[in-house]
Design a protein around this ligand. Structure first.
Ligand code: AMP
Length: 206
């Protein structure tokens, strides 16, 4: 099963993708995580990507599409995958249709005014990559799953979040109509508990 997760920043795509990956035994491919790895490599390209991401903008399509194309060509994607954060605009969606047409697109819907609180309370694990909200874990900086250090993403600050939401509305939200026309989209109410959102996803995926 080839699955795409769509949704605004902070809607819970990463968390749900990791649950889907566990349940259906599919690789979880997050373009954001791939870019953060490149940043971690400390190369010239990494520095350039960091500047783009911290500003809340999208990385160039040619680079992003090539990274995803190469990743989906790996053997673990033969039985399917979960794409988290790709495509993020119509160009990328058209490219994806050409090299690996998804079976289902899950649109995690949440009102945009709820997003800011979700993102600014977010803590990410530096080791296992899971994210948590301070409403549930309090002020700890230890990962409740693996015990490693939690961090706050550099782009989870109010100015970046504002820009990311603007980019989402202008470039990513039009994908909803794009996938509706292809009859591939299912809308999920993402303003529920993690378990409540996952339950809806399982109903769609079967
Ligand atoms: P995410 O972890 O999905 O929130 O992504 C973090 C950042 O990585 C985004 O704000 C973008 O700057 C960049 N990024 C992730 N996926 C894409 C994509 N498909 N196209 C362009 N930039 C992306």
């Amino acid at each position: 099963m080839k699955i795409v997760l769509l949704g605004a920043p902070g809607c819970g795509k990463g968390t749900q993708a990791s649950h889907i990956a566990d349940r259906y035994n599919l690789p979880h491919i997050s373009t954001g995580d791939i870019f953060r790895e490149i940043i971690g490599s400390g190369t010239e390209l990494g520095l350039e990507i960091k500047r783009i991401i911290d500003g809340g903008n999208l990385c160039p399509d040619h680079l992003t599409v090539e990274i995803v194309k190469q990743r989906l060509a790996k053997p673990d994607c033969r039985k399917g995958y979960i794409l988290d954060g790709f495509p993020r605009n119509i160009n990328q969606a058209i490219a994806l249709e050409e090299f690996s047409s998804p079976d289902v697109v899950l649109n995690l819907h949440i009102e945009l005014d709820k997003i800011e609180k979700r993102i600014t309370g977010r803590r990410n694990c530096t080791k296992c990559g899971n994210s948590f909200h301070i409403d549930f874990i309090g002020n700890t900086m230890r990962c409740p799953r693996c015990g490693n250090q939690l961090m706050i993403r550099d782009d989870d600050n109010p100015a970046s979040v504002k820009e990311r939401l603007r980019v989402y509305a202008s470039q990513t939200a039009p994908l909803i109509e794009y996938y509706e026309k292809l009859n591939k989209i299912s809308t999920i109410d993402a303003d529920k508990t993690i378990a409540g959102v996952f339950e809806q996803i399982v109903k769609v995926l079967g």
